[in-house]
Design a protein around this ligand. Structure first.
Ligand code: NAD
Length: 246
């Protein structure tokens, strides 16, 4: 139970990869706050974690809204203590070919997937630098490195997240805070279940391990990065993609 006494905030924690991370960190002893734009779903997931014996609570959070972010960080500090672990996981897709992509779809994805992470990181690092400890993990993506048909907005946001992770790591290292990213490949969640059968099969052919990853595969790496075993690791990107990109 290496995370006993720690507070972990997981954005987009109501479902999918975020929920798997929340369950895993709660299993390791942290009190996990599931912060999601879908409050009811986050509450249900937090009840599920509690029924498994973990410590959890839910908050409504839209990562594009600075006021809401400030109020979530303030309320966690008052109710518990400042956040020790931040997992920037909230993300959306609005796919479309570059030539036809609507400006609103570009803005929505950049705003949630990149600016949201910047705003949450800014709040968290203020508290963590004061405490002289803390860890941040950003959920990037293989497409931030490779690019992907129909995902100009998403791949730009995820590539930006990698740059943001490295800059954060450099700026906070002297205060005992680490910042890393994981870059999942294709993971079986609602986000990828929306994909056309043909696209899913074409993706599978490119994965040497021959299957999509599970949310738990991502959660395992995040749990490692926030643990004491990873205290000398910062500014890194761990690829979790079944060998799709080497
Ligand atoms: P998902 O759609 O199942 O879950 C995303 C969660 O984020 C949802 O609970 C949603 O309500 C929440 N969310 C959306 N907008 C929000 C906002 N503005 N504020 C707060 N919460 C918000 O997706 P997932 O597959 O679990 O993806 C989680 C993360 O992993 C995303 O950042 C995604 O880009 C990344 N990722 C996923 C895959 C994959 O194959 N599924 C691969 C690489 C990276």
């Amino acid at each position: 139970m290496g995370l006993n006494g720690k507070i972990a905030l997981v954005t987009g924690g109501a479902q999918g990869i975020g929920l798997a991370i929340a369950k895993r960190l709660a299993g390791d002893g942290a009190h996990v706050v599931l912060a999601d734009i879908q409050l009811e779903a986050a509450e249900k997931s937090s009840e599920e974690i509690k029924s498994l014996g973990g410590l959890a609570s839910a908050k409504r959070l839209d990562v594009t809204d600075l006021k809401e972010i400030q109020s979530v960080f303030d309320s966690i500090s008052k109710e518990h203590k400042p956040v020790d672990i931040l997992v920037n996981n909230a993300g959306i897709t609005r796919d479309g070919l570059l030539v036809r992509m609507k400006e609103s779809d570009w803005d929505a994805v950049l705003s949630t997937n990149l600016k949201g992470c910047f705003l949450c990181t800014q709040q968290a690092t203020k508290q963590m630098m004061k405490q002289r400890s803390g860890s941040i993990v950003n959920i990037a993506s293989i497409v931030g490195v490779m690019g992907n048909f129909g995902q100009a907005n998403y791949s730009a946001a995820k590539a930006g997240l990698i740059g943001l992770t490295k800059t954060t790591a450099r700026e906070v290292a002297s205060r005992g805070v680490t910042a890393n990213a994981v870059a999942p490949g294709f993971i079986d969640t609602e986000m990828t279940q929306k994909l056309d059968e043909k696209v899913r099969n074409a993706m599978l052919e490119q994965i040497p391990l021959g299957k999509f990853g599970s949310p738990e595969d991502v959660a395992d790496s995040v749990a490692f990065l926030v643990s004491d075993q990873a205290k000398y690791i910062t500014g890194q990107v761990i690829n979790i993609n079944g060998g799709m990109l080497m």
